[in-house]
Design a protein around this ligand. Structure first.
Ligand SMILES: CC(C)(COP(=O)(O)OP(=O)(O)OC[C@H]1O[C@@H](n2cnc3c(N)ncnc32)[C@H](O)[C@@H]1OP(=O)(O)O)[C@@H](O)C(=O)NCCC(=O)NCCS
Length: 201
């Protein structure tokens, strides 16, 4: 990897994290993850992807998230600008706890051993919910999210669920386009209300 590419990766990772998680210290995050991020061959990944218009199912491995993936996934959410709550429900402890519940179906997409996408599915007994959908910026528009959603839908169906849902912030144009493309219908009459318990972060 050339110096410029390294620098631009650094720039891409660094500024986003402090804004997202006041108490997930950037030095810790960057120190712990960036070295492995670079070492782990992201440049190789990018080289591989140059000129590839779309993944096929064989290129991507869909597998369950393991706790050992935590750092890599948090780094990826930072890079993707996905908000996360490092001291709340996205903390290592809370995710570990959540994975122990039958309602959690946390999927990652891997390309050549690198995590390139995440989708945290949850069920409430009636519906399957799509949360934490993110794809590495370099690998977007190659069908990764679509494949991950299809994979999650199959899991929901296997649990007897027939309705799949996703909450999308109204500025997230790419997400809206994506869900519309794959057959999800917007429900303009619905407003999202939520209530948090004392420590419900
Ligand atoms: C939204 C996101 C997950 C899409 O991932 P992706 O792998 O690029 O999506 P796909 O390649 O599977 O897209 C499938 C289709 O969705 C639509 N689509 C996806 N991104 C789009 C965009 N930016 N603009 C317009 N259409 C888009 C297209 O119709 C696309 O098919 P096409 O490329 O053949 O035209 C990705 O942009 C992302 O991680 N964004 C940041 C995090 C985020 O917003 N997450 C969603 C929270 S609900």
């Amino acid at each position: 990897m050339g110096e410029c590419e390294t620098t631009s990766l650094l720039e891409r990772v660094a500024p986003v994290c402090p804004a997202n998680g006041a108490d997930y210290s950037a030095p810790t995050l960057i120190g712990r993850n960036l070295a492995s991020f670079i070492k782990s061959g992201v440049h190789h990944l990018l080289e591989e992807m140059k000129g590839t218009s779309e993944f096929s199912k064989q290129d991507l491995a869909m597998r369950d998230f393991q706790m050992e993936d935590y750092d890599q996934v948090i780094e990826m959410w930072c890079t993707c600008g996905l908000p996360f709550r490092p001291n709340g429900r996205d903390s290592r402890e809370r995710i570990n706890e959540e994975l122990g519940r039958p309602t959690a179906l946390f999927l990652v997409a891997e390309f050549q051993g690198e995590i390139v996408g995440t989708l945290f599915g949850t069920t409430d007994g009636r519906k399957g919910w799509i949360n934490r959908l993110a794809v590495r910026p370099e690998l977007r528009r190659k069908g990764v999210a679509k494949m991950m959603i299809e994979s999650m839908e199959a899991r929901f169906e296997a649990l007897g669920l027939e309705v799949f849902s996703c909450l999308i912030e109204d500025h997230s144009d790419s997400s809206m386009r994506l869900f519309e493309k794959i057959g999800y219908k917007d429900d303009p009459g619905v407003r999202y209300y939520s209530k948090r318990s004392k420590d419900g972060s």
